[in-house]
Design a protein around this ligand. Structure first.
Ligand code: GLY
Length: 383
């Protein structure tokens, strides 16, 4: 197909994405990928972690999530088959229990809940409610916050830690409340969202990644740099989780303060987009060494498009324009549409201080696809 990187045609980008996935899905149908090595997907589908992060890894819902999005978009049942197989493999996490933390939202919403929403699967509903119950059980009422991680066994005490990423996991709770007609789950989600508004979002719209609270009293102790450059810096994927997460909390609750917060983060994000449209891993890191994080751009695009759905038309144009600028850059600079290699979005970075940067990450593909579909006006809501 004729295509010039000078122009951005979201419909063509989506077509190229789907063309590649039609080939890639068959090579990957028994894997749960996180990243690629020499152009080949790794596989997280076992509990053992010798060669991968293992079945409990927080990103393990995104491959199936992509398959469900494509099933909804194309109607091709092969996508549903692969997605369901992938989701079923995650049952071992419920049996094991210890691998599960606040990221059950990321894991079970694009797998179990998507299956239920798209096919009415009773197993999908059961798995989704099971995961939501685990998430709600992580509430610390003293601070009104959801504990992020379990103990890592490395001496760091994470008992009172909450992280901005959790804003995305709250959507599982909103879904469970709707599903059961039981406000408890939504109330837990809103307690956390209210705490996040005051403790994570800074006056200028930038956000902290990790905030440590006293788990006995709920007192805010300190913020930590987390996956960004350092304390007080501005990890871009964290900005994007906050931006999209607060917009979605508004969509579920209609609490105006959540939309205002999403807009504040969005304005900060938009004003920091560099001239070339590529998003660094941290807006406040030194200019050298430079590391890009294409996932932050993809997630922020989804958030900006979500905000655009909830504001008056004249205002919406600004958010859509910013999302399109980000997506255009991803399409032209970061996408590998060659069906001979695995993965699509390159130049993704998990954390600033990691040894490796700018590689393929599966949730980059997922959110890029979700953003293209949102731009097209898809009626399926994953979150
Ligand atoms: N939720 C973890 C991350 O964004 O890397």
């Amino acid at each position: 197909m004729e295509y010039s990187s000078e122009q951005f045609r979201p419909d063509v980008a989506l077509e190229r994405f789907i063309e590649k996935m039609t080939v890639l899905r068959e090579r990957t149908c028994e894997k749960i990928p996180y990243t690629t090595k020499d152009g080949v997907y790794d596989d997280n589908s076992t509990l053992a972690k010798e060669k991968s992060f293992g079945i409990g890894w927080w990103t393990n819902g995104f491959w199936a999530g992509m398959m469900w999005l494509l099933y909804h978009e194309t109607g091709d049942s092969r996508y549903a088959e692969i997605a369901r197989f992938s989701g079923e493999q995650l049952d071992v996490c419920f049996d094991n229990f210890y691998t599960l933390d606040h990221d059950v939202g990321f894991i079970y919403q694009p797998t179990a809940v998507a299956d239920y929403r798209l096919t009415g699967s009773a197993d999908g509903r059961r798995r989704g409610l099971h995961a939501a119950t685990i998430l709600a059980g992580r509430l610390n009422p003293a601070g009104g916050l959801i504990r992020a991680w379990n103990d890592w066994g490395d001496g760091r005490d994470t008992t009172g830690w909450a992280i901005i990423d959790c804003m995305m996991n709250l959507n599982l709770l909103y879904w469970a409340s709707e599903e059961l007609k039981d406000p408890r789950f939504r109330q837990v989600a809103m307690l956390h969202a209210d705490t996040a508004m005051s403790a994570f979002v800074r006056p200028d719209g930038s956000v902290n990644h990790i905030v440590s609270f006293d788990p006995e009293t709920g007192e805010l102790l300190t913020s930590l740099g987390g996956q960004g450059y350092g304390e007080g810096s501005s990890w871009t994927r964290g900005q994007a989780w906050g931006l999209y997460g607060f917009a979605l909390s508004f969509a579920h609750t209609k609490k105006q303060a959540y939309l205002d917060t999403a807009k504040r983060i969005a304005h900060y994000f938009i004003s920091n987009i560099p001239e070339d449209g590529r998003i660094p891993v941290d807006f406040r890191a030194p200019s050298e060494p430079y590391y890009e994080d294409a996932t932050a751009a993809a997630i922020a695009s989804c958030g900006l498009l979500e905000i655009a759905e909830h504001v008056p038309q004249l205002e919406a144009a600004m958010y859509r324009t910013a999302a399109v600028k980000l997506l255009k850059t991803l399409d032209a600079q970061d996408c590998d549409y060659d069906p001979r290699t695995d993965g699509i979005l390159r130049n993704c970075t998990a954390a600033y201080h990691d040894a490796v940067h700018e590689f393929h990450i599966v949730y980059g593909d997922y959110f890029y696809l979700e953003a293209l579909l949102k731009l097209k006006g898809s009626d399926f809501k994953m979150w």
